[in-house]
Design a protein around this ligand. Structure first.
Ligand code: 3H9
Length: 696
């Protein structure tokens, strides 16, 4: 019945199927509704409105999904956002039906909401995730969704930002039909019935959506959450036009709010980080079907879980039989828990568990396409292991170290194939943490780097490329941040005061609670491995506590004390006394310290170190540093990461802050010396975002 197909140069394909015209969005990868695409669709609709031979219209899409919503990268750049399109669809003299598949989100779903009916293929995921970007739906969603599915369900969907699968959407009345086949065929038939006046909506069966999509309990982006509530109230009480006007005002307010800027920055940053400009085009990932993970500790078995989840066969090597036993049990327990929580089917859970085999000997690495080393942080141990791997592994195997601080180039030099060696720094717990620092050694080949990035994608991780430097990006910045957190204790603040101030800033945990969680011995050992002892104040409290057997949560006491079986940090007068005594011995004068000073000093130290390593080329972009700190260290996403936060404060203010800290503690002036790049940007009136843009 297809009679014509023409390609609209403005990305809307048109197919005439007898009396129905199908308009297909065709803007890969996700049919983001940029102003240009929205205009092209609007234009096509206008033309069809007057055509006698067109009785009904179906709006569909080509490619992997219907539409991921408005073009996030185009906000603020051009007029003609897609918010006018739904009104045009609603008032179109011909019935318009949406044929949905794949992700149908944000303005994409709002476009569908304005249609007379919606047909979804079974794989469709529908949602209004604007809240996760600090926005509200701005193309009529706040008004049309409650009218269609009821206020409670609409509120749950919009405040949670979560997606509904096609069948759930059918149950709640968000779509009218679900089909395993081509939704366009079903939509065309439905459109003709609408044109003939022979179709009316069946009543939804009703779904207690509020229960399946509980509104998140934590902090919601502002002012978006508040504006959304006001729009919902208007949807119940006001005519559509008034509600839409209120929504348009609210959307504009959110769009310009600092939180939305930060959240949109975070979204773009975590996608940009996987692009490495100097990689040659045309690289193809090498086959990675069998991996050897060396070291069956927490990191080793966590990495094994990640690899097994991606369908990779894993040989987990550890000479210690007890460690192997514990690791296999932990892997089994992890999958059993996933099964209980409904995140895995039974068959998949047992397949993943079975994919991991434990071995005492390294000889199994002979079959490996990939080796990930996750042994104790010791250069000597790692070099010896890589020497052995070089003998055992076949040519072309990718060799990765999971070191979090050590020199990857030295480790690579232990082999005859440094081009195949790179760092894959997983964060703990590896299955849960999405960040992966991909460390590019001086001799890592472009192919090996490309393979590391492809693997990250396959594991569902967010890769950030770092050059070799102590601590790479994340842990290097922890140094100055942690140093200030510790100095503040010596100078008079309590651990809970420091933690409270940084939690109030937005971190989920303060640095001292984190220290107790990770283990104070870890930092003390890493400092010892790093060699040179600097200022005697650095690490003084931790060394003293470790010497007393107070390693943190695992020993029931660290900077805090813990009741048996509890993780709640409790203030400990003994620690107070220890800190006081250390300060006395080190000659540190103690005084009252307020929250503002705590936040300022810790963040300025963090920002300055970020600028330093950016200037040195350890990170390629400021936004990569932000991604590392959001995903690896709990920097509040709604503040966009340390360098976005610095831009928001203004780099002149940052420079003034550093100068103030330097005046307050002249003997620490060297710590507050601005990084050259920071000084340069501030003097030329530029921001970190400008610096990134010049390199894009
Ligand atoms: C909105 O709609 C406002 C309206 O209410 C009002 C308007 C007036 N725009 O994530 P992926 C790109 S706000 C532009 O890697 P996945 C992405 O950058 C919007 N680009 O794939 C990447 O590009 P590249 C509400 C977008 O499979 C590529 O697509 N919508 C957009 O892991 C692949 O993305 C949302 O918040 C976009 N909207 O995940 C949904 N979406 O290859 C945002 C994606 O060059 N999007 N791209 O790096 C998502 O949540 C995920 O991208 C999605 C796919 C689940 C769709």
């Amino acid at each position: 019945m297809k009679t014509a197909a023409e390609h609209d140069p403005a990305w809307v394909l048109r197919e005439v199927l007898g009396p129905v015209v199908v308009l297909r969005l065709a803007r890969p990868p996700v049919n983001a509704l940029s102003p240009a695409l929205a205009q092209a669709l609007a234009q096509a609709l206008r033309e069809l409105a007057d055509r006698q031979d067109c009785q009904a219209i179906v709006v569909a899409a080509q490619g992997r999904c219907f539409s991921a919503g408005a073009d996030i990268h185009a906000f603020g750049h051009a007029a003609g956002d897609p918010h006018e399109l739904p009104g045009q669809i609603e008032t179109c003299p011909k019935p318009v039906v949406a044929a949905l598949h794949g992700d149908t989100l944000g303005a994409g779903l709002e476009l569908g909401l304005a249609c007379r009916a919606r047909v979804a293929r079974e794989d469709t995921r529908l949602g209004l995730p604007e809240i996760t970007l600090g926005l509200i739906p701005g193309a009529g969603g706040t008004q049309r969704l409650p009218r269609l599915i009821g206020a409670d369900a609409a509120r749950a969907l919009m405040l949670s930002g979560q997606f509904l699968h096609a069948r759930e959407a059918l149950a709640v009345g968000l779509v009218d039909e679900v089909t395993p086949g081509d939704p366009v065929d079903v939509a065309c038939a439905l459109a003709l019935r609408l044109a003939a006046g022979s179709w009316s909506r069946a009543r939804p069966r009703g779904l207690p959506l509020g229960e399946s999509l509980p509104v998140p309990k934590g902090r919601l982006p502002q002012p978006a959450a508040q504006v959304l509530e006001a729009c919902l109230a208007a949807a119940l009480e006001r005519p559509l036009a008034e509600g839409l006007a209120l929504e348009a005002l609210g959307f504009a307010q959110c769009l310009h709010a600092p939180e939305s800027r930060a959240l949109r920055h975070a979204f773009a940053a975590e996608r940009r980080s996987r692009q490495v400009p100097d990689l040659p085009a045309g690289l193809r990932p090498r086959t990675l079907e069998r991996a050897t993970v060396v070291g069956a500790g927490t990191m080793g078995h966590g990495i094994a879980i990640c690899l097994a989840a991606a369908g990779i066969q894993v040989d987990l090597v550890d000479p210690d039989a007890a460690a192997r036993g514990r690791a296999l049990l932990a892997i089994e327990n992890h999958h059993a828990q996933q099964l209980r929580r409904g995140r895995l089917q039974a068959q998949e859970a047992s397949a993943r568990t079975a994919r991991v085999q434990a071995h005492a000997q390294l000889s199994c690495a002979a079959d490996a396409d990939l080796v990930v080393e996750a042994v104790y942080e010791s250069m000597a141990l790692k070099c010896a292991l890589f020497e052995a791997l070089d003998r055992v592994c076949r040519p072309g195997a990718l060799l990765a170290t999971n070191t979090s601080t050590l020199d990857v180039d030295r480790i690579a030099a232990a082999t005859q194939r440094p081009e195949d060696v790179l760092g894959l720094h997983f964060f703990s717990p590896a299955p849960a943490m999405r960040l992966l620092e991909v460390v590019r050694g001086a001799r890592t080949s472009p192919q090996a780097l490309f393979d590391g990035l492809a693997l990250a994608r396959r594991l569902g991780k967010i890769p950030v490329v770092a050059r070799v430097a102590p601590g790479f990006i994340g842990n290097r910045m922890v140094g100055p941040y942690g140093r200030q957190a510790e100095r503040l204790l010596l100078e008079g603040a309590t651990p809970q005061q420091v933690d409270r101030a940084l939690v109030a800033f937005g971190f989920p945990m303060g640095p001292h609670s984190v220290g107790d969680l990770v283990g104070l011995d870890v930092g003390v050992r890493a400092a010892a491995e790093g060699g040179a002892r600097g200022d005697p104040r650095d690490g003084a409290i931790a060394r003293r506590l470790v010497a007393l057997g107070r390693l943190g949560q695992k020993t029931g006491a660290g900077l805090y004390r813990y009741e048996a079986g509890s993780r709640e940090p409790l203030a400990d007068p003994q620690v107070e006394a220890i800190i006081r005594e250390e300060a006395r011995q080190l000659g540190v004068r103690r005084r009252e310290i307020d929250e503002q000073e705590i936040v300022q000093r810790c963040l300025l130290a963090l920002i300055n170190e970020g600028a330093a390593l950016l200037g040195e080329g350890v990170a390629a972009r400021a936004s990569d540093i932000d991604t590392v700190w959001i995903h690896g260290y709990g920097f509040p996403r709604w503040k966009g990461g340390p360098l976005h936060h610095a831009d928001a404060l203004g780099l002149t203010q940052v420079m003034e802050g550093l100068a103030r800290c330097s005046r307050m503690s002249p003997h620490d002036a060297a710590l507050w010396e601005p990084a050259p790049l920071l000084g340069e940007l501030s003097r030329s009136g530029r921001s970190f975002a400008d610096w990134d843009a010049q390199r894009a």
